[in-house]
Design a protein around this ligand. Sequence first.
Ligand code: ME8
Length: 516
Amino acid sequence: MTRNAYYVTTAIAYPNGEPHIGHAYEMIATDAMARWKRLEGRDVYFLTGTDEHGIKMVQTAEREGVPVRDLADRNSARFKQLAGALNLSNDDFIRTTEARHYAASQAIWNAMVAAGDIYEGKYEGWYSVRDEAYFDASELTDGEGGRKFAPSGAPVEWVEEPSYFFRLSAFADRLLKHYEENPDFIGPNERRNEIIAFVKRGLDDVSISRTTFDWGIPVPDVPGHVMYVWVDALTNYMTGVGYPDVDGQMFQRYWPADLHVIGKDITRFHTIYWPAFLMSAGLALPRKIFAHGFITVDGKKMSKSLGNVIEPFALVEEFGADPVRYFFLREVSFGNDGDYSREKFVNRNNADLANDLGNLAQRSLSMINKNCEAKVPEVGAYSDADRALLDLAATATARAVKAMDEQLVHEAVAAIWEVVGEANRYFAGQEPWALKKTDPVRMGTVLYVTAEVIRRVTIPALAFIPESAGRILDTLSVPADKRLLAFANDGSALVPGTDLPAPQPVFQRFERTKAE
Ligand code: ME8
């Protein structure tokens, strides 16, 4: 029997600044997947949160002249607020500064010690604070004044410290075997190929403790050492389901995770370090890690100096959560980089939401309200066009299910909106307003088919634009317990004679230039 539980996570963001549009994007996409699995009837657990330790947090706090805990509290609250603003359906929000997470991180550390995979040594090397990684001298480039830079362009400094190491080098073969036997473990394929090539070159052991600062989780029984932030960060996924209580209900039910959604820059940590830590600790590996691309603004990398940073709160405030969600889900091929521009945003919103879905729902439902006593119309005989449209909706949902299983969110949205487009052509072609006098029975059938197709597309749309889709289903009097994909078919079609409330417009048009 395939299990019904489904555990999905986002990466946990660093709260060393305000959330940006890249963070919002990852939240939106992961939420769409979580909601989709719920629509499929799965028992979903969805975790997001903040990654609050590490040198970056310490340095930002120093620059701002605030205690690091205050910085973490302030910005973590903003991420939590963003989850609310974007209408995320997360079941928990984890902070790595919580006591439960200390317990989990120390437990996995102890398990790796017991397995003989942690040893004491000394670390010296070129370290980039921004990348949080040491680099080989051969990877560095020389800059002005003898300074050296990592491949990312971040400056590096020579660091020497006593450190504990994780025996990652011993895991290369086991990891390669795992990738081989589980071809879906890393997605998309491009990332999988990169990782396999990287691991095949051999792995170095990793330094996993720090002594130069104390903002971290203490290494058990070793005063003066805190864990390297990635050891504790990755462990959050297990803390969220009750680790170290491996016999507990939550861990039994949800671990291993079905899907970690992350950005492409942190693929190595998730597909090399994380499975190796888990293998060492004797724990099951997540089923899949999927890396999405990066969001640029007007074709450029977002940066404070370019002044093109798009503030997710400002977007939601101006446009509302659903148009923002829709834009990113539909416009960006999940797994590839994507671009935000106001023009593209407004075009998408106006075409797909305000015109195609919004106008169709408003026009057809207003006609029903006026001409069919505000009840689901009676149906005459179906024409070929009626059947073709209803069938198209069924196949589109099936295509969307398949696409969502492969994290091709944009394809799932496109499949559903293809039906919306077809329904518009159908409505315009059938001209129900002209049938009013000539053939009222046929008019009722056309309005019925239109309303029924709106129901069929709006159920899957609940994953993408939950609030608006919910309001459309309200105006179709679809009961709450019938809002699952299993009901988006013939057997649960609208019942003629059902009372319908007066329709209210659900979407808005926006202007390409912002009013000052
Ligand atoms: O990496 N477009 O935190 P983070 C799309 N704490 N996604 C982006 C992005 C952009 N422009 N910029 C960042 C961390 N992201 C760690 C994660 S997980 C155990 C620890 C994504 O705040 C990024 O790829 O730098 C990552 O998945 C997430 O936002 C958090 O990034």
